[in-house]
Design a protein around this ligand. Structure first.
Ligand code: RTP
Ligand code: MG
Length: 216
């Protein structure tokens, strides 16, 4: 479905599309403007080609390299300067960033996000905290990103999180555990839809994709 052929075809169409648009006489005549147009065309082709043969659903395709998880850096992670550190861990692991925004959730958004916990005694405090400042909302993509992402975050209570995990390394208190991650395919799809519109997600092929996956 997303075989090596698909990636190769996408690449060669990208190269051909760019080369032919760069060779076109009109493009040569208008110089820099033409080059910009060519680049735009090439970039558009890449997006179209990546989506071409199979449209990746908004919530991702669990069980494939196109699985997606909603990961958020909570207000404490922002205040403590951990944005770069947390993003770097997901990048270095090899996952692909397909959406990102900085947003201060309203109490309604915070309550909607944690709706499944509305009967818990800590719900009020959780909503107040989560809506107390900006959060970094992201969607990361890759094989097993939901389960692996949760392992990278560590246990809910930092006291039980292993060293080497984000919460194990950077948090102490369960109410200040710096990051959120979807806990399963259903919650991932629900959370991605809750935080992002389809136009805010980007399908793209990293240049090193075949160095991360034996089979794509
Ligand atoms: P998250 O949704 O934020 O990724 O956290 P999680 O799945 O590991 O844990 P969850 O059960 O979904 O709880 C959401 C957040 O509520 C706070 N919490 N406080 N005082 C408590 O006993 C308690 N339990 C949970 C934590 O901040 C947790 O991340
Ligand atoms: Mg949770």
């Amino acid at each position: 479905m997303f075989g090596r052929g698909f990636v190769r075809a996408a690449r060669s169409k990208f190269v051909k599309g760019f080369a032919s648009s760069a060779r076109a006489p009109a493009v040569r005549r208008i110089g820099a403007l033409g080059l910009a147009a060519g680049l735009t065309l090439a970039m558009t082709s890449t997006v179209a080609l990546t989506e071409g043969k199979k449209t990746i659903p908004h919530g991702g395709l669990p069980g494939t390299p196109y699985e997606r998880s909603f990961i958020a850096i909570k207000p404490d992670g922002i205040q403590r300067g951990l944005i770069g550190e947390i993003i770097a861990r997901f990048e270095k692991k090899g996952f692909k960033l397909v959406a990102l925004k900085l947003i201060t959730p309203t109490p309604e958004i915070a309550a909607g996000h944690y709706d499944d916990l509305k009967d818990k005694p800590f719900f009020g405090g959780l909503v107040n905290f989560f809506s107390s400042g900006p959060v970094v909302a992201m969607v990361w993509e890759g094989s097993n990103v939901i389960k692996t992402g949760r392992q990278m975050l560590g246990a809910t209570n930092p006291a039980a999180s292993m060293p080497g995990t984000i919460r194990g390394d950077y948090a102490i208190d369960v109410g200040r555990n710096v990051c959120h991650g979807s806990d399963g395919p259903e919650s991932a799809a629900k959370e991605i839809g809750f935080w992002f519109s389809p136009s805010e997600l980007y399908n793209w092929t990293p240049a090193d994709a075949t160095w991360k996956y034996e089979k794509l």
